[in-house]
Design a protein around this ligand. Structure first.
Ligand code: ATP
Ligand code: MG
Length: 357
């Protein structure tokens, strides 16, 4: 995996004078939150002008653990699209599409599923922890075929677009490794079709939730959403855990594991000010409320311009519809190009079988 900075990446791509491809995405299980932004979305926005960028709204993936919520997905797709546009994704540069609308993804998943063993999938640490979260054991038979196999479907998402780079959070590392293995195996068995994608890890690959435990996640009720109102952000910031060992503002406090400072590190671009606050906190020179008020200001300064843009786009549902329609059409077009190569490599290109001689 590569550790190039965004600047180095941009320079490298420009020098090569040839556009590489990014594929990444989100599950439409709810609106996007700060974790999505720092873990992946920020890099998508930064790189969309130098990479062919595809964003997949992974609706099939919702079914692995939210079967009963399938009817909410359509609304979530619209909300997520607004989040993307608010955050600075430009549909002229980035293709936003819906997974289930691209049939070639399901087709590629079938081919790839023949190239991985069940025991390899059972060992995937992210599958294990996601399964655990809903009380399922990936080593046992109470996990569904679709859940155990979702890294294969996700590999198809990446490989169908022959992506080189996947900006994503730390939880995606095992999936990218799995995708590389599948691409490698396909290329060896049938002939080279796929580049081996690289994970692009951000500076904040795992933003914790507001209570400090676990990662910020839609499913855990510990998220600050990009579209949260100022009151909601304030309420959430005020409920954050700080240093449980500290009783009074004048007691020396701990920075380590203090989620308010984790968020300041991620969102306050004035590093000197953050360093100064840390020093003050450690000697008992600042109270929790004052610190949280500062974080609230920092977060709102970051969120306000995005929310303003988002609100503007929200007034134009026809535009959102068009963005998704165009994105899906383009994804199908590119997907079919890749599937032609795949079918040919496997020997399942049957055009001559059906055409009259
Ligand atoms: P769900 O609970 O429905 O799985 P989620 O909040 O985990 O939702 P995903 O849609 O699974 O979000 O993840 C989308 C992308 O955002 C992935 O690249 C993932 O790595 C990244 N991401 C999600 N949460 C975080 C986080 N807390 N910190 C950094 N990156 C994150
Ligand atoms: Mg997730």
């Amino acid at each position: 995996m590569s550790h190039k900075s965004i600047k180095q990446r941009k320079r490298g791509i420009t020098m090569k004078n040839q556009r590489e491809t990014i594929l990444t995405g989100d599950r439409p299980t709810g609106k996007l939150h700060l974790g999505h932004y720092v873990g992946s979305l920020k890099n998508r926005v930064a790189l969309q002008d130098v990479y062919n960028t595809f964003i997949i709204i992974a609706d099939f993936q919702v079914l692995i653990d939210h079967l009963e919520d399938s009817h909410k997905v359509k609304t979530n797709i619209k909300e997520i699209t607004l989040d993307y546009l608010g955050a600075g994704i430009d549909p002229a540069q980035t293709t936003i599409f819906i997974q289930s609308v691209v049939p070639q993804l399901a087709e590629l998943t079938v081919y790839l599923s023949m190239l991985v063993t069940v025991s390899r999938l059972r060992r995937n640490p992210t599958v294990k922890s996601e399964a655990q979260r809903i009380g399922v054991d990936s080593e046992q038979d109470n996990i569904t075929y679709g859940f155990l196999g979702y890294p294969v479907s996700q590999a198809a998402d990446i490989l169908l677009f022959r992506a080189h780079c996947v900006p994503a959070g730390e939880d995606q590392r095992p999936h990218i490794e799995q995708t590389r293995e599948l691409a490698n195996r396909f290329n060896k068995v049938f002939g080279k079709v796929f580049p081996l994608p690289e994970l692009l890890i951000s500076e904040t690959p795992r933003l914790p939730g507001i209570f400090g435990e676990g990662k910020m996640s839609k499913s855990l009720g510990n998220a600050i959403y990009l579209s949260d109102s100022a009151e909601e952000v304030r309420r959430k910031v005020m409920s954050m855990y700080t240093d449980p060992t500290r009783k009074h503002a004048s007691d020396p406090g701990h920075i380590e594991g203090n989620v308010v400072f984790t968020y300041l590190d991620a969102f306050d671009s004035d590093f000197e000010r953050v360093a100064d606050l840390k020093n003050k906190y450690q000697v008992g020179g600042i109270g929790d409320i004052e610190l949280k008020n500062h974080l609230f200001e920092v977060l709102m300064n970051f969120l306000r311009p995005m929310q303003k843009r988002r609100n503007e786009f929200e007034k134009h549902p026809d535009y959102i519809q068009q963005v998704l329609k165009d994105g899906c059409a383009r994804a199908v077009e590119i997907g079919e190009e890749t599937m032609k190569l795949v079918r040919k490599a496997v020997g399942y290109n049957y055009a001559d079988l059906f055409s009259a001689k």
